[in-house]
Design a protein around this ligand. Structure first.
Ligand code: UFG
Length: 327
């Protein structure tokens, strides 16, 4: 299939572009490079620089390459930042994706796989979280993704768009040649590994008074390649299904303190940590039930040990201490 990967120069988008190529699909990457990296785009993919703010750019690409399906990774992704700059998040994540949906309808593209997030659930009442849990985001980022999920439902009903919304828990890990490189970096694992590299003096623990066993937030970490393989499966499944919604995680939670400890073990570095106030918009616990996608599509995470996931990230960071080196 000819697949347009919007945001395919980013962390998860580029890993998925590679996975699509490995599965025999043709791939065109569309990315503004505001957050993405040209060097992350796999060699076998076409690359077009463009921005979802300009609907005509995306429509042109859909027609020019006779695209049959779209995967949408283009979004701002930081929960904490979204609470300081809500307008930027709504404009980019909601208005940009609306342009993409309109362009798909106009160009006759009827399959879309959308990067959604665990942040749509907010503070979950039951753990692990299943797809039918209440949707009450506690940050603007999660709200912006939920708004797109709701738009997708209407575009499905009214325009016959077949779609999958994949709600990721915490993406982590890398490959020797491809990994996580955000500017500024805000994610726990890369920041902690930067301490081990000597690039930061310590890691801050945001909040130690959460209702969790050690008082710090608990997250479910999933390897980026396992996310990527789920996208390829979901795309294939859209042949038989009109609407798919799946959680993607490992089903095990690790506290901030536990993650830092795993990083110490993997790197052999003491990694000093300091306690700091809570970061606004952080739910205390996010752990996925991915039973639905395992049952319905036969997806299985290949990376089930946090130590292995962190080791794969560490290899990328050691080999690329300046990331892709383009900032
Ligand atoms: N944290 C720290 N110190 C830091 C950075 C993070 O204590 O320096 C904490 C956070 O407060 C949070 C946990 O580590 O409790 C994980 O934070 P991340 O920033 O790594 O990840 P988030 O859980 O905030 O968000 C990530 C993605 C979102 C996605 C979400 C789903 O950025 O896109 O996972 O769980 F929606």
């Amino acid at each position: 299939m000819r697949v347009l990967v919007v945001g395919g120069a980013g962390y998860i988008g580029s890993a998925t572009a590679q996975c699509l190529l490995d599965a025999g699909h043709e791939v065109v990457v569309f990315d503004s490079l505001v957050k993405g990296h040209r060097a992350a785009v796999p060699a076998g993919a076409e690359f077009v620089q463009g921005d979802l703010a300009h609907r005509e750019q995306i429509e042109d690409v859909l027609r020019r390459f006779q695209i049959e399906a779209v995967m949408d990774f283009a979004a701002f992704i930081e929960a904490g930042e979204s609470m300081k700059e809500p307008g930027r998040y709504f404009r980019n994540n909601v208005c940009g994706t609306l342009n993409l949906l309109e362009a798909c309808v106009s160009a006759g593209v009827q399959r879309l796989v959308f990067s959604s997030t665990a942040a749509v659930y907010g503070i979950a009442e039951e753990i692990p979280i299943t797809e039918d849990a209440p949707l009450h985001p506690v940050n603007v980022y999660g709200e912006s993704k939920l708004m797109v999920e709701r738009m997708l439902e209407w575009y499905g009903r009214l325009h016959g768009l077949r779609y999958a919304a994949l709600r990721y828990f915490n993406a982590a890990g890398g490959r020797p040649e491809r990994g996580e490189d955000h500017h500024p970096e805000t994610h726990l694992i890369p920041l902690t590994l930067q301490v081990a590299l000597g690039q930061r003096p310590h890691i801050a623990i945001f909040g130690t008074d959460y209702p969790t066993p050690d008082g710090t937030c608990v997250r479910d970490y999933i390897h980026v390649d396992d996310l990527a393989s789920a996208h390829v499966l979901a795309l294939q499944a859209l042949d038989q299904h009109e609407r798919l919604i799946y959680n993607l995680g490992n089903g095990r939670g690790f506290s901030v303190r536990e993650v830092i400890e795993v990083c110490r073990k993997v790197t052999g570095h003491p990694i000093p940590a300091v306690e700091a106030p809570r970061r606004p918009g952080d739910p205390p616990v996010l752990i996925a039930s991915s039973a639905k996608i395992q049952r319905e599509l036969g997806w299985r995470p290949r990376w089930t040990s946090l130590e292995d996931i962190v080791a794969s990230a560490w290899e990328w960071h050691r080999r690329h201490p300046q990331g892709y080196g383009d900032r």
